[in-house]
Design a protein around this ligand. Structure first.
Ligand code: SAM
Length: 250
């Protein structure tokens, strides 16, 4: 990891829109505090759905790998945390440079140790990493206070290479199982879930065109024989998560 690792630690209070008490201010989670036991907590909170928490990383990267046909030279995972998706991105795009960023320096240290071939940088204002063909963002936006989301999306849009895409996976607030998992997970205590319409509006606000919207993660891995059905269900707002993708407006 290189660059300035310091960052503001002050908690951000913001109001929520999808939590039980929609008016209570929430302290922003500092993922430095979870870098050592992130995997264990994720496994514990998702065990009803999947025994193997690696499943989620594999699943999402497979989705984008199968959908993206253009040549890919550079991939950014924004909010990569402890780097759970990085090895899968590396395997899916073996010729690409893979870069991971996050506001949590402690999480990036874990990511860098496990992924010595990837580059990791602490997110900070003015960070210039050049342009990327894919910007992959998984389970990050619900941790960003709503008022800060347009600026983050503008930053991502500014890092997009010509013809590139921003691919965002988010928890589906319409799915009661997802909401239950989120409410029981300690590092989701600041989560303000977003509907796809909010991400579409953020794309529009950053001058990007929507390329795809699809619900996903319908079938738990133990029912893997039903997985082929999923590609017909993208329209159905019952998946555990959803995937939206956008690129520069033509
Ligand atoms: C639930 S974790 C997801 C980590 C990883 N994307 C994954 O799928 O395993 C959310 C991550 O978003 C990071 N994060 C929160 N706000 C952020 C921001 N404004 N910019 C970049 N990363 C942020 C957190 O530090 C944390 O590592």
């Amino acid at each position: 990891m290189s660059g300035n690792e310091s960052r503001a630690k002050a908690p951000t209070a913001h109001s929520t829109t999808s939590r039980e008490d929609a008016h209570a201010p929430v302290e922003k989670i500092d993922f430095d505090d979870y870098s050592a036991d992130y995997d264990a907590l994720l496994r514990e909170s998702t065990k009803l759905y999947a025994d193997d928490s690696e499943y989620f990383a594999r699943y999402k990267v497979d989705l984008i790998r199968n959908a993206i046909r253009r040549p890919i030279a550079r991939v950014l995972e924004y909010g990569c945390g402890t780097g759970r998706n990085i090895a899968y991105l590396q395997a899916a795009f073996p010729d690409a440079e893979i870069v991971g960023t996050d506001v949590s320096a402690a999480s990036l240290r874990v990511a860098a140790e496990a992924n010595p071939r990837a580059l990791f940088e602490v997110e900070r204002e003015g960070l210039d990493l050049g342009a990327f063909d894919i910007i992959f963002v998984a389970s990050v936006f619900h941790h960003i206070p709503p008022v800060e989301r347009p600026a983050v999306m503008a930053t991502l849009a500014g890092r997009l290479a010509h013809g590139g895409s921003i691919d965002i996976f988010e928890h589906n607030p319409f799915n009661p199982v997802t909401r239950r998992i989120v409410s029981s997970c300690p590092f989701d205590a600041d989560a303000v879930l977003l509907k796809p319409a909010e991400l579409r509006a953020l794309f529009r606000g950053a001058g990007l065109d929507l390329q795809r919207q699809s619900y996903c993660l319908f079938v738990p891995p133990k029912l893997s024989w039903l997985l082929p059905l999923e590609k017909h269900l993208g329209w159905l707002p019952l998946g555990g998560q959803y995937w939206v993708s956008a690129g520069q407006a033509r």
